[in-house]
Design a protein around this ligand. Sequence first.
Ligand code: 6PG
Length: 246
Amino acid sequence: MSNPEIRIFEGLEPLSWAAAKRLEELARVKALEKKSLSVALSGGSTPKLLFELLASAGFQGRVRWANLQLFQVDERCVPPDDAQSNYRMTRLALLEAVPLPPGNFHRMAAERADREEAARQYADEIARVLNPAPGQVPRFDLIFLGMGPDGHTASLFPGSPALAEQTAWVTPNFASKLNSHRLTLTLPVLNAAAHVIFLVAGEDKAETLRQVLEGPARQYPAQLIQPTIGTLSWFLDESAAHLLEK
Ligand code: 6PG
């Protein structure tokens, strides 16, 4: 895999604008091909501004929302209206403000008691929409990822069982440090994507980011994101990037 694209921005707002423009560019290409753009969105706090910019009056007209199929990268195993829910954050910041057809947002039903069944159902939804060839891993056009201070991404936490999952596309996982059950896309799916963009901001990520990008390989889950034939980009703010070699 070629070296990742690394872009450093003064702050979260220019970083988020750049991410929004990358989505716009990819959506425009797909529209010319008369195809939908499949995008998997992370949760947490970093992408919230991106979602708000995408939904803003100045931007949302630049995307044909009926051409987007939006999925979740991961979800906390809580009700969809819970303050911890990634879906709730995405609904409030984005979905309620844009003309995305309701069937074009694919929510992880992570609140279900049977998390294995919920994972299977989400994988079926991915298969229905992305329609991979038999035996092939579904290929998202674009996946936005975050990174925690511990180097986790999606809900793939250091030392967690889901890191070893090489067959299922979606799996339950347990974040022991957070005492949090999750549902998450797995490495095979994340690494099958055409474009993966990490959005990382904040001083609390700086040391881990230095190790992830410049330290020994395969120490952190974020380092295991190596798209097989896709592109990998890191959109960073200066606070997160200041320890990187100039
Ligand atoms: C989640 C996310 C997770 C997130 C990182 C970074 O459910 O929490 O999907 O992987 O991207 O934890 O979170 P912040 O953006 O809040 O720093």
